[in-house]
Write a protein that binds this ligand. Structure first.
Ligand code: 6GU
Length: 244
């Protein structure tokens, strides 16, 4: 997968090179390019924003540098390819594990990080002729800009790429695949600060352990995320689930 990020704060994206994402790049599963929007300005002050038409607080990012940057990024990829343009915005559709899985199947994602009060609306209108444009929010709160949201999305997507996560089972069992939160976990030592480990987990009875974990998942989801429980597909539940 190829990823391009256009931002006025390239340093903010440094974590893309670290840890598992850095390893994914070394292994050739992921190729990330960060572009400084100011490199596409043409005025002496390298300005990227101006006051909003119609008035109001704050500044709006001007279309000129954005148009040039998105043209340049498009020219760097494979000829004729149509990338997805992801625009982080609190006004976008909400990012979930399903959206991460959808993006993980894409060959090319381009992220346009807005700052201030957003980007002149004509930039996305114009980009739709060459990009599949997706405005995306990572939750119901407001950030200064899209950079941190890009890190969130790239990490969630990157770990779904084939060969990035060592253990495919950990993908299958984790929270939000299957709509339930994961059960709590324990490791050695068996006693710590006077606290032990649930007996069932040291019983060696794998069927009982699986049932116990599923019950804990259901209880945890019911207590902290009743909204997720309400969305569960009833056909996917068994008799024991319904008894919890
Ligand atoms: Cl994606 N961007 C900004 N600026 N604020 C946000 C957000 C994104 N998601 C939630 N709040």
């Amino acid at each position: 997968m190829r990823i391009d990020v256009v931002t006025v704060f390239p340093d903010y994206l440094a974590p893309l090179q670290l840890s598992l994402l850095g390893k994914a790049q070394e292994a050739g599963r992921l190729e990330a390019h960060v572009h400084d929007l100011r490199a596409f300005t043409t005025d002496r002050h390298r300005s990227v924003d101006d006051t909003p038409y119609g008035g109001g607080a704050g500044m709006v990012m001007t279309p000129g540098p954005w148009g040039a940057a998105l043209d340049a990024v498009l020219a760097q990829g494979p000829e004729g390819a149509r990338p997805r343009l992801v625009v982080p915005s609190p006004a976008g559709r909400v990012f979930t594990q399903d959206v991460a899985a959808e993006y993980a199947a894409d060959p090319w994602l381009v992220f346009a990080c807005g700052r201030y009060e957003g980007i002149d609306a004509r930039v996305l209108e114009d980009a739709r002729s060459r990009y599949d444009v997706d405005e995306l929010s990572i939750g119901d709160y407001v950030l200064f800009g899209g950079e941190v949201a890009v890190l969130v999305v790239v990490e969630a997507v990157g770990r779904l790429l084939p060969g990035v996560l060592g253990n495919a089972e950990s993908l299958a069992e984790e929270s939000h695949t299957g709509g339930l939160l994961e059960a709590p976990t324990w490791t050695k030592p068996a006693q710590w600060r006077g606290l032990g480990v649930p007996d069932v987990l040291v019983s060696g009875d794998h069927a009982r352990i699986a049932r116990w974990r599923r019950d804990e998942s259901l209880r945890r989801t019911a207590s902290t995320r009743p909204d997720l429980l309400a969305r569960l597909d009833v056909d996917g539940l068994d008799r024991a689930d319904l008894a919890v």
